[in-house]
Design a protein. Structure first.
Length: 69
């Protein structure tokens, strides 16, 4: 069963608070939802904006000694 747009949207606000695996899964769920044309344009735009913000935030983080590229 696919998650609701509200759940995907809410999960994207938790990316900084969950482990890396959960964060990656939440991002994947968002990408899948963005490709689903049964989801309203309003939801897809809101999720795309939140995902874009999260990706920018991730891009600004400095890699640590144990991080791979």
């Amino acid at each position: 069963m696919k998650p609701s747009p509200q759940k995907v949207y809410d999960n994207l606000s938790l990316l900084e608070q969950v482990d890396k695996v959960s964060s990656a899964r939440y991002r994947e769920m968002a990408q899948e939802l963005l490709a689903d044309h049964e989801v309203s344009l309003q939801w897809r735009e809101a999720i795309a904006e939140r995902l874009n913000q999260a990706n920018r935030q991730l891009g600004m983080q400095t890699a640590g000694d144990n991080d791979s590229y």
